[in-house]
Design a protein. Structure first.
Length: 278
């Protein structure tokens, strides 16, 4: 398990990435202080052979590098746009140089937190939740075929999770037509948890069961350990070929200066209308 620390914000961070029942782990994660705030990123690679593992590592490394090189005056939205473009360019270049990597790509979800607020950037179906006590105050909306069907009410969340087409991604970096991330500004308060995870976590169980784990009053270390063990347990019961699964939790020990108006339900509804498409 990896522990994250920040010299610019009061927070606690832990993360773990597991191979699951696959032959290799194609997920990647990282966290670091940058001139723009504390960054946490989770990536889920796609592609045969070495492609998936290579793609997620490149995306993580490039996004961290670009954000670390930014001036403190750069807007976080601009920085994320630039970082995603550079990461996508790096993937395309590697595929040109190494034909065996053709078709590789990666989802990513990242949160960049400073005293003002948190900026969440994502492309694909790796998720970010903002949770306080037993309330989901924010959740990213999956960039996937079934995600679109859920939003149009053609499928329920559970039908989408178990659909044979659940792995069809509509946005991501690399060999995916739309590589433009979605970026949303989110406030936070002391005690809030930002939870970043790949589909190997949230796709392994019904959403209500997932939330029971995320709402646990235990330490974030216990939440990660218990949830990771449950994912592996369910995977073994279903043949043992389950996906890699990665989760990072950042627990805030301070309030952002930017705060939402109204209650969490109001903010969740408004987020659907304020999502920034680049």
């Amino acid at each position: 398990m990896q522990e994250f620390k920040s010299n610019i914000l009061s927070l606690t961070g832990l993360a773990e990435s597991n191979q699951g029942g696959r032959s290799e782990n194609q997920d990647d994660l990282g966290a670091q202080d940058t001139p723009l705030g504390f960054l946490t990123i989770v990536c889920d690679g796609m592609g045969g052979g070495p492609g998936g593992r290579t793609a997620s590592h490149i995306v993580k490394t490039e996004i961290i590098r670009i954000l670390c090189d930014c001036e403190a005056t750069t807007s976080r939205e601009t920085a994320f746009k630039m970082a995603a473009t550079k990461a996508n360019d790096a993937l395309m270049k590697q595929m040109e140089l190494h034909p065996e990597l053709a078709g590789m790509g990666s989802t990513f979800v990242a949160v960049l937190i400073n005293k003002q607020s948190a900026f969440v950037a994502f492309a694909g179906d790796s998720r970010c939740y903002r949770i306080h006590d037993k309330k989901v105050l924010f959740r990213t909306q999956d960039h996937s075929l079934v995600g679109e069907l859920v939003r149009s009410k053609a499928l329920t969340e559970e039908e989408a999770r178990t659909s044979p087409q659940s792995n069809v991604i509509s946005r991501g970096l690399g060999s995916i037509a739309n590589h433009i991330p979605e970026i949303i500004e989110v406030p936070f308060k002391k005690g809030d948890k930002f939870i970043l995870c790949t589909d190997g976590v949230w796709g392994s169980m019904p959403h209500k069961e997932l939330l029971k784990h995320l709402f646990s009053k235990t330490s974030i270390k216990s939440i990660i350990n218990n949830l990771s063990s449950k994912v592996d347990e369910l995977g073994r019961k279903n043949g043992g070929h389950h996906d890699n699964h990665t989760i990072a939790i950042i627990e805030m020990d301070c309030d952002s200066t930017f705060q939402e108006k109204g209650n969490g339900i109001y903010q969740s509804i408004m987020n659907l209308f304020k999502r920034k498409h680049i």
